[in-house]
Write a protein that binds this ligand. Structure first.
Ligand code: 5AD
Ligand code: SF4
Length: 469
């Protein structure tokens, strides 16, 4: 859900299908990956790092020290394009010269722009989109060997296999279960950048989850553009999404399973039943509503009305008591009136979301709405966004206040023995900083820690660890 630039990797663990160091042409070559965009992109970077290190490549943290630089871009809004382009401007100044050095632009902006990138950023050597990740090594071979520029988006799309991933060490790992998107939301560039929806075979997913547990991970977040539609599309489709969750929740050593992002049109009673009955499937549903106005939802081609969304929220509350509900919202879509916007404000009041990502509509080339125009003046949309965000923040603060005095269980993700502060998340995905008394045992990373909430701050919750066995 974060749309911020993310870390590059240095100290990492490997899992996935057959990482197989082969002593190839990449042996000892250094690589640097900069990531923009969503969790999918973060995970795509982990897969590219996995492919390179399986070939003997070495991750570095500075672009200037790298033989191979990959800038993994996002293009969801115009701002994302601008961020990537400005970063590329900086990186091309510091890149190493010489044979075998490569500057590659990968990800969604690369897919959408194709060879236009060569004009926008001089001295880019390689362009490849998200569906071409499995071709990373042959594509790098081609540019390194022939010293030509290659637009990899024109290469045939390889089959859906899962390259090894190189993840930072930790407690929580991403696992892709579904790629692409067959929905046709009028504003969204993703179907154009990530292609048709397809699901990964359940056997591969379970095998990867087992490997992750054996490496010490205790939480898995399943990723898919419409993750709850898992199993519906593609030759590789296996079980349904609820079945996948059931199978994962039986895996010894895996304490928590999360998933994102769900689509209202792919919701099912079965999914809510699994969430309600398994203590390992976390009670958090990220279900983008986008707007509170039926007129806007129809124009956005979302395929549901507010009443349908409301029914699912009702069922969530009934079947998964205490579940967190988070969402995405867009303001300033084509022809949005003050009345449409006020309906969005009132659904925020009605559903009392536990969190929301909210955005000003940004017209994207290659989407249906691009040509429609009739966008509210920028200043109007900026004001609507501010009003919306204020309302959401205020609700989150009120919700946090109600938690003061309650006991929660966090999965310990960080532990500082000097300050004796443990940091982790509640099942509902709220971050808690917990003080551990000097007489209590140090909590192990990846262990569940009971905490009494003592204070609600804007940035999160604070509490004290309860003595545990
Ligand atoms: N403009 C603004 N927001 C968008 N989103 C997707 N496309 C656009 C766009 N063109 C938002 C949606 C989606 C989230 C990932 O980004 O709310 O759920
Ligand atoms: Fe992720 Fe969408 Fe950005 Fe691609 S365009 S990185 S799918 S948010």
């Amino acid at each position: 859900m974060s749309h911020e630039p993310t870390r590059s990797r240095q100290d990492v663990s490997s899992s996935g299908n057959s990482p197989n160091p082969s002593g190839s042409a990449f042996e000892g070559r250094t690589f640097y990956i900069k990531t923009f965009g969503c969790q999918m992109n973060v995970h795509d970077s982990e897969r590219m790092a996995g492919l390179l290190s399986a070939e003997g490549g070495q991750p570095v943290t500075e672009p200037g020290a790298a033989d191979i630089i990959l800038v993994n871009t996002c293009t969801i809004r115009d701002k994302a394009d601008q961020k990537a382009l400005s970063d590329l401007g900086r990186i091309r100044q510091v890149r190493k010269d010489g044979p075998g050095t490569v500057l590659a632009v990968t990800g969604c902006m690369a897919q959408r722009e194709g060879e236009e990138i060569f004009r926008l950023v001089p001295d880019v050597d390689l362009i490849l989109g998200p569906s071409q990740i499995r071709n990373l090594i042959p594509l790098l071979d081609t540019v390194s060997g022939e010293r030509t520029r290659v637009d990899g988006t024109l290469w045939p799309v390889p089959e859906m296999t899962t390259p090894p991933a190189l993840r930072p060490p930790g407690v929580s790992a991403f696992v892709t279960v579904q790629e692409g998107c067959d929905k046709a939301c009028a504003y969204c560039v993703v179907p154009a950048t990530r292609g048709a929806e397809r699901s990964r075979p359940i056997g591969d997913i379970l095998q990867e989850a087992e490997e992750l547990v054996s490496l010490g991970y205790r939480e898995i977040t399943l990723l898919g553009q419409n993750v709850n539609g898992y199993g519906q599309k593609g030759d590789t489709a296996g079980a349904s999404f609820p079945e996948l969750l059931r199978r994962l929740s039986e895996l010894p050593g895996l304490l928590r399973v999360r998933f994102t992002t769900s689509h209202p049109m792919d919701m099912s009673d079965d999914l809510l039943d699994v969430m309600g009955s398994s203590s390992r499937v976390m009670p958090h549903l990220h279900l983008p509503v986008q707007s509170g106005s039926d007129r806007m939802l129809a124009k956005m081609q979302r395929g549901y009305t507010l009443e349908t969304y409301r029914r699912w929220v009702g069922k969530l509350r009934e079947k998964v008591p205490g579940a967190a509900l988070t969402t995405d919202l867009i303001v300033g879509f084509c022809s949005e009136t003050e009345e449409d916007f006020e309906q969005t404000l009132s659904v925020v009041d009605e559903f009392r979301f536990d969190g929301a990502f909210s955005f000003i509509y940004s017209p994207r080339p290659s989407t249906p709405a691009h040509a429609w125009g009739d966008i509210p003046p920028r200043q109007v949309s900026v004001e609507r966004l501010e009003r919306l965000q204020k309302r959401i923040e205020q609700q989150a603060m009120e919700r946090n206040q109600t938690l003061v005095g309650s006991d929660v269980e966090i999965l310990t993700e960080k532990w500082d023995p000097e300050t004796r502060i443990a940091v982790g998340r509640t099942p509902q995905f709220l971050t808690v900083r917990a003080a551990v008394a000097p007489e209590d045992a140090d909590p192990a990373l990846g262990s569940l820690l009971p905490v009494r909430i003592e204070q609600a701050a804007r940035a999160g919750l604070k509490g004290k660890a309860l003595p545990h066995a």
